[in-house]
Design a protein around this ligand. Structure first.
Ligand SMILES: [Zn+2]
Length: 278
């Protein structure tokens, strides 16, 4: 008999009793696929130092020079290490289990802060909101038209947008770059609809994604100040091997990696929702 991590049965019950469950995933999900995080003990910034935080301004100032540096690998060591890790990364059981939760209807949408596209590789459909973009795509900074690069290493400088003529960059959001308004709006809408949010592998420290979790937790206050009908705060479930800033406000905390915790959640939900046998 396998042992489920503590909290799994309670989390499954909360999810089964909720009407609209949204998941939010963070760097912890990618770490298990071999993609190093920026922050923390084994983070790229801890290893190589904090990079310049004005990447987007530099791109805007001279897109051609930016692409030249990318193509010739004249870029920060931490980015070189990251793009190699992205190229080699494959989805782990947590990604596949999350797709299963969506396909079974337990989770309505997934907001990810990750840029690795692993949720899509695991089979996620348009229920996925990649709030920080996807590093294997390109995006026009004018009209946000996206095209697939199908890789993490560019061989040529992309042409300006064929719709509006503006420069094209990676879809992944750079430092100093605003999140694409339609993407942010879609994420906010999902959070407002949610009566339960499952935070997986996120330290809940990076804005604006982390702010969405607080919005979910305290949505009754927001609704009342808008003068609209009273609603209850969304239930929060955390799946993370380490305590986070979020832990103390969560209804259920599961101390497990995504690779262990999410498949365990699928199994627990199967038990609860299985038809009774007479
Ligand atoms: Zn465009």
């Amino acid at each position: 008999m396998e042992t489920l991590p503590d909290g799994i049965d309670l989390a499954a019950r909360v999810i089964a009793d909720s009407k609209y469950v949204v998941a939010m995933t963070g760097a912890g999900m990618s770490v298990e696929s071999g993609i190093p995080p920026f922050r923390g003990t084994n983070g790229l910034w801890t290893k190589y130092g904090t990079p310049s935080m004005d990447g987007y301004r530099q791109f805007r100032a001279d897109p051609e020079a930016y692409w030249d540096r990318q193509i010739n690998a004249q870029i920060d060591e931490h980015i070189l290490e990251l793009r190699e890790a992205l190229r080699n990364a494959k989805p782990h059981p947590g990604h596949f289990a999350l797709v299963e939760l969506v396909n079974l209807g337990h989770i309505k949408s997934v907001i990810t802060q990750n840029i690795d596209g692993l949720d899509l590789k695991a089979g996620m459909g348009d229920q996925l909101i990649e709030i920080h973009g996807n590093r294997s795509r390109l995006r026009c900074i004018g009209c946000s038209k996206r095209t697939d690069l199908n890789d993490f290493v560019p061989l040529f400088m992309p042409d300006p947008c064929d719709e509006c003529g503006q420069p094209v960059k990676f879809d992944a959001v750079m430092f100093g770059e605003p999140i694409v308004p339609e993407v942010m709006a879609a994420a906010r809408e999902e959070i407002h609809r949610a009566d339960c949010v499952v935070a997986i592998g996120t330290s809940a420290t990076v804005r604006p994604a982390s702010g969405l979790l607080w919005v979910a937790r305290h949505r009754s206050k927001g609704e009342r100040s808008n003068g609209s009908a009273a609603v209850e705060d969304a239930k929060l479930i955390e799946i993370n091997p380490s305590p986070t800033k979020l832990s103390s406000i969560c209804d259920v905390v599961i101390r497990a990696t995504a690779g262990d915790g999410v498949p365990a959640l699928v199994r627990a939900l199967r038990t609860i929702t299985a038809p009774a046998v007479n």
